[in-house]
Design a protein around this ligand. Sequence first.
Ligand code: ADP
Ligand code: MG
Ligand code: MG
Length: 255
Amino acid sequence: MAVLEIRDLHVTVETEAGQTPILNGVDLTVRTGETHAIMGPNGSGKSTLAYTIAGHPKYTVTSGSITLDGEDVLEMSVDERARAGLFLAMQYPVEIPGVTVTNFLRTAKTAIDGEAPAIRSWTKDVKESMKNLRMDPKFAQRNVNEGFSGGEKKRHEILQLELLKPAIAVLDETDSGLDVDALKIVSEGVNRAKDATDLGVLLITHYTRILRYIQPQFVHVMVAGRIVEEGGPELAERLENEGYDRFVDPAAPIE
Ligand code: ADP
Ligand code: MG
Ligand code: MG
């Protein structure tokens, strides 16, 4: 059982104008076995939250805390966060020229577990996960994210999720740019990981579409760097019907 606790988190980002506040007091608790959705309009700070959890150097925590099982995540390096059980699937995964998918996965697995995986079972696991995600076996020899389509990048993120077996996964817009078939395949991968390891999921999305396939128990609405509304799955339905306008401007009429 792992618990990720975010308390009164304030984050700024370095811009030409200096340090600009993006998150203005975020509170959130995610436990293993739970699925949370953070929804919000573009620019509300969702990716900033994901990057801050992952330890991206561009984002500065000015106050508040993030802990995993009581340990201070903000004191951990990016690698230490991964070893502690945190995983981030990025909205815009980066290319790693010269590093093949297969080498990347094995290096990451070795770093996280502290020892190299047993070769036979590892090879089998990789093959099986790739098959489940409908990835061509040749894909394993390509360089990470180099020339990958949007859908391939997202599948590769979920491949990592399935193989690295984190305690808590932050999935930032894993649905963006996917057609319905790819969305189903990716969602099935997340659901397999949930079933296999009691994964805790923080699903970040602008659209409600993915929530038909990955069902959250908790829905949080983020606007302007704050969580302005929380509820169960019914809140996602409300957002689907009403949009974000009323949360952005409470005086706005219901459409
Ligand atoms: P979301 O993921 O909800 O669309 P983001 O966290 O990406 O929102 O962005 C929130 C706000 O912070 C936006 O106004 C965005 O322009 C700004 N921002 C985020 N990251 C950076 C960055 N690295 N440099 C400059 N501005 C940023
Ligand atoms: Mg965005
Ligand atoms: Mg984003």
